[in-house]
Design a protein around this ligand. Structure first.
Ligand code: BES
Ligand code: MN
Ligand code: ZN
Length: 511
């Protein structure tokens, strides 16, 4: 597990501050003669702007070594062209900046209030926005994330720039509000927990190890009321989880079903989260070509998210009854593997004709969603790296949202906006695509033709959800990992969706 230096978020005022880096965030509009900055370094900043050494361009950063005073450097950071520095933009910029400062061997930094004032004003205007202190805490705690548990420690001069460990230990910012900082930390730590798990490879995390991790999480949050029950193969048979058993049958590592629960007194609502936990997706007998198989350790990201969200929700003490259901299996080809043409029966009694063993996520989720429906919750949200088609449609920066419930859609979209995780609503109803679900020999097939694959997946899942329960499906294929750091996301697993769902749950709890 990666250990990152604890950033100290504390009150900071320029006058008495001593340290490595003063940071001033400026928009392009600010970089004129009337630059809105009147500090001791005003002349220096103005001169840099006059010389066009700094223009406020998005992503730009200028270091000015200071020879006088207690601060060693002044960093000018560009926010780009923005009418109002949007909260998300500021948060992402702060994250990128902290990363850069850490690599410049800065141990301490102070965000100057001049660049942040607008941001604080926004907070007062818009009660819907996430408090600035909370976003700064998120940025501080997520920026330095890296997964390097398996890497040999290198001497500093051997390290590539992007591999360098952050030296940053302390971040100060004006007008921090303690409660909001604490909340931001919980959000970030939930997402980091999920990233650490998702980054682990298939030879470390198989279904039973995933279950062990879930049990360990419940143990560590026992006092707060987090529970975990794990079903093994024998129990899965008794529980009629024929779909999960079929997908798991090809691997030496047998499947597991994990049920996390949290039932505080005076719960306002009951919500079930469901996660796809394919610990490795080889495609099974319909094996993936090699260039598609690599990265499929990430196919458990939905499950990791669910665990992260449960952890966060418990730490926040949400007044909600929460269930986290995880179907975990390894999709492998072998003499015992499920085959194309097989007919399997899911927990709700429906039969599935397997037309492609690589469309395994929906098959295991069939059982999980059936069980979720039996719990009769107020809403079900599932998270799954379900389809390549969703990645083709939306790219690697946006997750697909599928729901027939407009209110639920609006709430999730609003939470996603607040947290800077981009969601886009795609159709969860379509008669033409639904035609393709029909099977000659069973109730439905598990895979359709080339077109509309992401919606096909959602339509398949819908067959296992009780009709009157509001339900949303998040297809997080594509956004689950990133190859380049971006905003609060470091290279590797992103745990995209954890903060959005936590935000949604928080709001339900406060209603
Ligand atoms: N886990 C994959 C989907 C995926 C693709 C996740 C790319 C992340 C990145 C899923 O199990 C899968 O293989 N889906 C198939 C479905 C097809 C066989 C109907 C796909 O999308 O190609
Ligand atoms: Mn697959
Ligand atoms: Zn898969």
């Amino acid at each position: 597990m990666s250990k990152l230096p604890k950033l100290k978020l504390c009150e900071g005022a320029l006058k008495k501050w001593k340290g490595d880096a003063l940071v001033l965030l400026l928009r392009e509009e600010d970089c004129t003669d009337s630059i809105p900055f009147a500090g001791p370094y005003e002349e220096t900043v103005k001169e840099m702007v006059r010389r066009k050494d700094f223009t406020g361009k998005k992503g730009s950063m200028l270091r000015i070594p200071l020879l006088e005073g207690d601060a060693k450097n002044l960093y000018l950071v560009g926010l780009g062209k923005t009418e109002e520095g949007s909260a998300v933009l500021v948060r992402d910029t702060v994250a990128q900046t902290l990363r850069a400062l850490g690599r410049h061997n800065c141990e301490s930094a102070l965000l100057l209030p001049e660049g942040l004032e607008r941001f604080w004003e926004n907070e007062e205007k818009d009660k819907n926005s996430v408090p600035a202190s909370e976003l700064l805490a998120e940025a501080a705690e997520l920026a330095g994330y890296s997964f390097d548990a398996y890497k040999k420690k290198k001497a500093p001069d051997e390290e590539k720039e992007e591999e360098k460990k952050s030296a940053l230990k302390e971040l100060s910012a004006p007008e921090l509000k303690e409660k909001a900082v604490e909340r931001g930390r919980v959000y970030a730590s939930a997402q980091r927990y999920a990233r650490d798990l998702a980054n682990e490879p298939g030879n470390v995390i198989n279904p039973s190890e995933l279950a062990e991790r879930a049990l360990a999480l419940a143990e560590s949050c026992k006092e707060a009321g987090l529970n975990c029950v794990v079903w093994d193969e024998k129990r899965l048979k008794e529980e009629r989880m024929g779909a999960l058993l079929a997908v798991g049958s090809g691997s030496h590592n047998p499947p597991r079903f994990i049920h996390m629960s949290y039932k505080p007194q005076k719960a306002r609502k009951k919500i079930v989260l469901v996660g796809k936990g394919i610990t490795f997706d080889s495609g099974g007998l319909n094996i993936k070509p090699d260039n598609y198989m690599a990265t499929m350790k990430g196919d458990k990201s939905g499950a990791c998210n669910v665990l992260g969200i449960m952890k966060g929700a418990v730490e926040l003490g949400l007044k909600l009854e929460l269930h986290g259901l995880i179907a975990a299996a390894e999709n492998m080809p072998s003499g015992t593997a499920y085959r194309p043409d097989d007919i399997v029966r899911a927990r709700n009694g429906k039969t599935i004709e397997i037309t492609n063993t690589d469309a395994e996520g929906r098959v295991i989720l069939a059982d999980a969603l059936s069980l979720a429906s039996e719990l009769k919750p107020d809403a079900i949200i599932d998270m799954a790296t379900l389809t390549g088609a969703c990645v083709v449609a939306l790219g690697k920066g946006t997750a697909g949202l599928f729901t027939r419930d407009d209110d639920l859609a609006e709430e999730l979209l609003a939470s996603a906006r607040r947290r800077g995780e981009r969601l886009w609503r795609l159709p969860a109803e379509d008669e033409v695509i639904a035609e393709g679900l029909k099977s000659n020999v069973a109730d439905l097939v598990n895979s359709g033709g080339r077109y509309g694959g992401a919606t096909f997946g959602a339509l398949f899942l819908a067959e296992f959800v009780e009709k009157d329960i509001p339900w949303a499906h998040l297809d997080i294929a594509g956004v689950d990992f990133c190859d380049k750091e971006r905003g609060v996301y470091s290279k590797g697993a992103t745990a995209f969706g954890v903060r959005t769902c936590l935000d949604y749950l928080c709001r339900l709890s406060e209603e």
